[in-house]
Design a protein around this ligand. Structure first.
Ligand SMILES: Cc1ncc(COP(=O)(O)O)c(C=O)c1O
Length: 397
C-alpha cells in the first residue's frame, strides 16, 4: 500500500520503544535495571483514584464537551492564576489526551509546509517528529553543556527567518534536567515580541524542581508575552498519572479555538473519568508532589555522584525533571567484547544486552555524546544499575 509521505518522515518514539523492550525482557524473567522510562514510579495519589471511582459509580462515563469539562478547565484557570498570575477565559483552555496530544493539536493548528519551528538541542523527541508530521521543518538551536544548556538569544536570533513560526521553551528540560533562569526567559520573550514569534512553553516538569527553585512560566513575564505564548502542561509527571492521559494547553483565543476544532474532529474529549480525577490532582495534589520530589532529589544525588565516579563519564547536576544526562564521549571509540562502541546507541545496546541495563541513547534527543537515565525508579534499582554500569565500563578497552 502506498502510505502518505509524512509517515516516512518520522520514527516511532525511541524512548517508548526502549521502555517496551526493557519491560518485555523483565516479563521474560530477566533481572533488569531499567532507566528508560519517563514516568514516576510512584502510585497515583489515593484521592485522585477515589475521584475516578466515584465518577464511574456516578455514571460519569459518557462523552463530555470535546474541549474538556468546565470543572477541569476552571481548575486549570485557577491554577495558572494562583501560581503564575495568568488570566485565561475558558475558551483559551483546551484539555487533551496528555500534553503530547496538546502539542500535536498545536502543531496541526500552527504549522504547514515551509514553516520553521526552532527547537533548542537537546530536546524531547516528539517536538521534531510532530513538526515533520505537519510538513514543517524543525530548526535546531545548539546549546552547550558547559553553559548549563542555556539559550543564547543572539544565536537564536540568527536562526529566525521569515518562515519561523515559533520557539520551543521546555523548562525544566527533558532530557537535560536544565532549567532556564529568569534572565534567559526575559531575553527570549523580548525576542519573540520583537520578531512576532509564538512561544510554546512546555511546562510538564514545572513541579519537579530541586534546591528550593520555583517555576516561572514565560507567559507570566507580561501581557504582551502571554498573548504570544501557549502554555502546555498536564498531570502525568507531577501527580504520577501518565496512564490517565490528561494534558492541557492555554493561550491565545484564535489558536486555542483552532486546536479545539481539530480535537473535536479527531479524538473528541479526553477520558471523562480521567478528567474528574485530574480536577482533584490539580486542586489537592501538591503535598503528594512535594513528597515525591523529595525522594527524586535523594536519588538524583546518588545517581549523579555514582556516574561522575565512573571513568569516561561526566554528569552535570540536573536542576529539574527526573533525568540524569551523562556525557559518555569518554567511552566512545572503546572496544567491548562484542565490538567497538562508536555511538551512544552502540553503548546503550551493549548495556541492554550484556548487562541488562536499559538507558536511552542521546541521538533521538539530538546528542551524540550522551545517554539518558531516568531516576524515577527505586533506589534499589539505581544502586544495582550503577554497579552494573561500573562493571560494564571496566570491561571496555
Ligand atoms: C518534555 C515533555 N513534554 C511532554 C510530555 C508528554 O506528557 P504526557 O503526554 O504524558 O502528558 C513528555 C513526556 O515524556 C515530556 O517529557
Amino acid at each position: 500500500m502506498k502510505l502518505a509521505a509524512r509517515v516516512g518522515r518520522i520514527t516511532p518514539s525511541p524512548t517508548l520503544a526502549l521502555a517496551a523492550t526493557a519491560k518485555a525482557m523483565a516479563a521474560r524473567g530477566i533481572d533488569m535495571a531499567d532507566f528508560s522510562s519517563g514516568e514516576p514510579d510512584f502510585d497515583t495519589p489515593e484521592p485522585v483514584k477515589a475521584a475516578a471511582e466515584a465518577a464511574i459509580r456516578a455514571g460519569f462515563t459518557k462523552y463530555t464537551p470535546s474541549s474538556g469539562i468546565d470543572e477541569l478547565r476552571q481548575a486549570i484557570i485557577d491554577k495558572l492564576h494562583a501560581e503564575q498570575g495568568l488570566r485565561y477565559e475558558k475558551s483559551q483552555v483546551l484539555v487533551s489526551c496528555g500534553a503530547k496530544h496538546s502539542l500535536y493539536n498545536l502543531a496541526e493548528a500552527l504549522l504547514e509546509a515551509g514553516d520553521e519551528l526552532i527547537i533548542p538541542v537537546p530536546y524531547w523527541v516528539s517536538y521534531a517528529d510532530q513538526t515533520l508530521l505537519n510538513d514543517a521543518t524543525p530548526v535546531f538551536l545548539q546549546t552547550r553543556e558547559e553553559d548549563g544548556y542555556a539559550i543564547d538569544a543572539q544565536e537564536l536570533e540568527r536562526l529566525v527567518t521569515p518562515r519561523t513560526k515559533a520557539i520551543i521553551v521546555n523548562s525544566p528540560c527533558n532530557p537535560t534536567g536544565a532549567t532556564y533562569h529568569r534572565a534567559t526567559l526575559e531575553r527570549l520573550a523580548e525576542l519573540a515580541v520583537r520578531r512576532d514569534l509564538l512561544l510554546i512553553s512546555d511546562e510538564i516538569y514545572e513541579k519537579v524542581l530541586y534546591d528550593g527553585a520555583t517555576h516561572t512560566s514565560i507567559a507570566a513575564l507580561g501581557p504582551e508575552v502571554a498573548a504570544r505564548t501557549v502554555v502546555i502542561n498536564g498531570v502525568s509527571k507531577a501527580y504520577a498519572m501518565t496512564g490517565w492521559r490528561i494534558g492541557y494547553a492555554a493561550g491565545p483565543k484564535d489558536l486555542l479555538n483552532a486546536m479545539a476544532n481539530i480535537q473535536s474532529q479527531s479524538t473528541s474529549n479526553p477520558c471523562s473519568i480521567s478528567q474528574k480525577a485530574a480536577v482533584v490532582a490539580l486542586r489537592d495534589g501538591d503535598a503528594f508532589t512535594k513528597k515525591m520530589v523529595t525522594e527524586f532529589d535523594r536519588r538524583r544525588r546518588v545517581i549523579v555522584e555514582r556516574l561522575n565516579a565512573m571513568p569516561g563519564v561526566r554528569c552535570s547536576m540536573p536542576s529539574g525533571a527526573f533525568y540524569a544526562f551523562p556525557n559518555v564521549s569518554g567511552l566512545l571509540g572503546k572496544r567491548s567484547p562484542s565490538g567497538v562502541l562508536s555511538t551512544p546507541t552502540d553503548l546503550a545496546n551493549y548495556l541492554l544486552h550484556e548487562f541488562k541495563v536499559a538507558v536511552v541513547p542521546g541521538e533521538p534527543f539530538g546528542s551524540n555524546q550522551h545517554i539518558r537515565l531516568s531516576y524515577a525508579t527505586s533506589m534499589e534499582t539505581i544502586l544495582k544499575g550503577m554497579d552494573r554500569l561500573d562493571a560494564a565500563f571496566k570491561q571496555l578497552t
